[in-house]
Design a protein around this ligand. Structure first.
Ligand SMILES: [Zn+2]
Length: 435
């Protein structure tokens, strides 16, 4: 059934322009018409008057198994947060916990206007845990880059051969679905040089991203220097794994030389401002990198360090943090922030550019901006970045599927899911001995 979006402010995030009009999405999930026209017979009508209509946001880095960990990391440093909360709960999670946490995280993401995301998959306790996460992503149907997280150093770490075999198994299981499996070194100081080289070669052979946490905290940089005398990006460059397929998540503590290396290598930065503030990790030098042409996408990071997945809220945080980091109120305009969230995000997860044009894949969101929070609207880009939040998302359409209609996530009993997750999370905390 064609979908007719009636009367919104259409934002072209690639060009930074906007106009009033309707959108028609054909049965093939592509934009069939733009402008002002009557609805075709039998079309599903979505009311968008008072809404900004634009390409949806891309959450380019998250860990949805952490949905059960919201609020438990409040007021802890990164290492304490990992040791006292994340690692303990991860060890106690069952595959069913992972499935439920992922599903709830997906409901939250899409409800806040996310149309694609990258899961940096941490739950590698057993193949069943990974299968449970994969099942949630497949069932939900949102375009997903599934970065398989691995560490081959440290107590109990699997062998490199076992890591590669598991990645190959998951890649085969996801073949032909909405999920694309890629390589995701998890903790740099626990990844050997040999494993980095071999898994990067695998990413090249598969033509998928190489997605890793790097330079998140000063302590981590110290650990890298103590290990081999190099900072994170210097190390990646020395290993020959710094390329356009490399996605550096966080990159908070980069020297001037590392910024140059990142630019020269063509690597992508995934900026997670809320998480960096929550854990007091620091401020990534995003504006200077952006103006040098380094591609920057945005990520919520897991709900263990956020505590939500609200990417609209995060736009404002990214804009404000860039101003404070540079002490320059002109550091990044709302259009630049939306470009990161939509265009660079789409590129990071391997989707086509977010064109608002006939024939383009529909991945559209309708966000209410004629609200007491946002009105009167003089500039819809500004209203989206500085006023709107996830609660303002009215509709989400991905291809020919309406995933959110009138604020309700479709095809799932959200109230029942929340109840089930609350029960499962309580039992998990008891098993892990966290009160
Ligand atoms: Zn992360």
């Amino acid at each position: 059934m064609p979908i007719w979006i009636r009367g919104g402010t259409l934002l072209d995030v690639l060009n930074g322009t906007f106009s009033e009009g309707d959108v028609l999405i054909g049965d093939d999930g592509r934009i069939a018409a733009l402008g002002t026209f009557p609805p075709p017979e039998g079309a599903l009508i979505l009311e968008a008057r008072g809404c900004a209509v634009l390409h949806g946001l891309v959450n380019a880095h998250t860990h949805l198994s952490q949905t059960f960990m919201r609020g438990l990391g409040d007021d802890k440093k990164l290492i304490d947060w990992l040791k006292m909360v994340v690692w303990r709960l991860q060890a106690a999670m069952t595959p069913e916990d992972v499935y439920l946490a992922t599903l709830l995280g997906l409901v939250e993401n899409v409800g806040c206007g996310v149309v694609a995301l990258t899961e940096h998959h941490k739950m590698v306790n057993s193949p069943a845990h990974s299968d449970a996460a994969l099942r949630a992503y497949r069932e939900f149907g949102l375009p997903t880059l599934f970065a398989y997280g691995w560490n081959d150093l440290g107590e109990g770490a699997p062998s490199l051969d076992a890591i590669i075999a598991e990645m190959e198994r998951l890649r085969a299981a996801a073949d032909g679905t909405n999920v694309r499996v890629c390589v995701g070194p998890m903790v740099p100081w626990r990844c050997s040089d040999a494993a980095m080289g071999r898994t990067f070669a695998l990413a090249e052979a598969w033509d998928v991203p190489f997605h890793l946490h790097a330079a998140e905290t000063q302590d981590e940089v110290g650990l890298m220097i103590a290990r081999n005398g190099m900072r994170h990006i210097e190390w990646l460059a020395a290993l020959g794994v710094l390329s356009p397929r490399t996605q550096v998540v966080h990159g908070v503590w980069l020297s001037d030389d590392e910024m140059r290396l990142l630019q020269r290598g063509g690597a992508r930065l995934i900026h997670c401002p809320t998480s960096n503030m929550y854990l007091a990790s620091g401020m990534a030098r995003v504006a200077p990198l952006f103006w040098r042409g380094v591609p920057i996408a945005l990520g919520a990071d897991g709900s263990g360090s956020n505590n939500s997945q609200d990417m609209l809220e995060l736009l404002k945080i990214a804009a404000l943090l860039a101003k404070i980091e540079t002490m320059d109120a002109t550091a990044l305009a709302p259009r630049h922030i939306l470009q990161m969230a939509c265009a660079e995000g789409a590129a990071a997860v391997g989707l086509t550019p977010p064109e608002l044009a006939i024939g383009a894949q529909a991945r559209l969101i309708c966000v209410e901006i004629e609200t007491p929070r946002s009105a009167p609207v003089h500039d819809p880009f500004s209203a989206l970045v500085y006023n709107a939040n996830g609660g303002d998302v009215r509709h989400v359409i991905v291809g020919s599927r309406v995933m959110v209609k009138d604020r309700a996530v479709q095809g799932i009993d959200v109230a029942a899911l929340i109840q089930e997750c609350t029960r499962a999370a309580k039992a998990l905390l008891e098993r892990a001995g966290i009160s």
